[in-house]
Ligand binder design. Sequence first.
Ligand code: CA
Length: 425
Amino acid sequence: MNIAANNPALTSWVEVPENSDFPIQNLPFGIIQLNGDSPRVASRIGDFAIDLKTLFVLGYLDNTPFTLEDFDTKTLNQMMMKGKTGTRQLRDRISKLFSTEHDDLQKNEHHVSQILIPMAQVSMEMPIYSRDYTDFYSSEQHAFNVGCLFRDPDNALLPNWKHIPVGYHGRASSIIVSGQDIYRPKGQKKPPSADVPVFGQSNLLDFELETVFFTYQGKPLGDVISTDEADDFIFGMALFNDWSARDIQGWEYVPLGPFLGKSFASCISPWIVTIDALEPFRIPGPKQDDPKILPYLEYKDDKHIDIKLDVIIQPENGDENIVGQSNYKYMYWNMNQQLAHHTVNGCNISCGDAMGSGTISGPEEGMYGSMLEISWKGTKPFKMSDGTERKFINDGDTVIMRGFSEKDGVRIGFGEVATKVLPAK
Ligand code: CA
């Protein structure tokens, strides 16, 4: 796929720090808020937000399908209603405006100072309104580890796992943006030693290292999106910490699956990196012939993506500790398969729907995406640099996830999702 804005040779007249997640080849989308001003749609280059409302008002987005209302708003949904063709055209236009090959904008310093806003001056808002949130369970190593921990290492994967991209319907209302603190949840749990359940705060609070993708408007109820068509319905991705209270989850999940152990919070990174920007990092996925998958899940070309992922615990006033290093490439099921499966029964999807990958764990120790696996259900505590240990997450800890793809000297990053845990209310 030849997308002009992805050209690794492109450079910008805006200074971009070395190893920045946001070179001119990225140009993600988010919602910024400036002091006292209304929230608006933005992109980003280096350490600057690009105010797309002002860019539009000053005429730099003329002859695109967009209107002022698409940018003068508190979510990306309206802009996303223009579909893949529209958002690709928008990203290409921004790329041209900030490329060293074009000086239409650069030569107008008065405009530049209104459009480029130092990141230190803006706050990042929740970028997308998601009417629905679906969480998959698509990393084989994670499903295997959980199967070993809770069932039997000889039959760790349930019989359906390699036939179905397993998923469940999560809680969209509690998806929040990086930087917002969460409270330790409370609920009903049944410790192994107890005869009856007890009520109290979760003592086994855990993160899940995931990515999330957001959809464009889908098809009418009853229609199906094939793996071939799925690319046209996927807007972009963010980092995703899908919090879990393991003790609440363990008691409630049979027979209908996750509920209060999951619904209290899921956190996303604020910049949505477009699938277009990630196209250069596509790689082949695992063989899916043992067992052979059903025809509706087969796909063409490379649909997996190489995205390095780190998860970090930072105690209150302490240093960052990397507790896991994984990669999105370890997914068994890719996004095209997830979307094809989601809609194969005729289920409709909406503009802005959130689809979680499921915890992404790599094949070796050190590559796991949850404390459940890292501490092997509390039996192998993680040793922190300050001498303390973690089996799960303590009050005052901040959990940080970072991720980026890199190839041909171009690094496309997501920034981070960072969330601090406050004591139970
Ligand atoms: Ca999850």
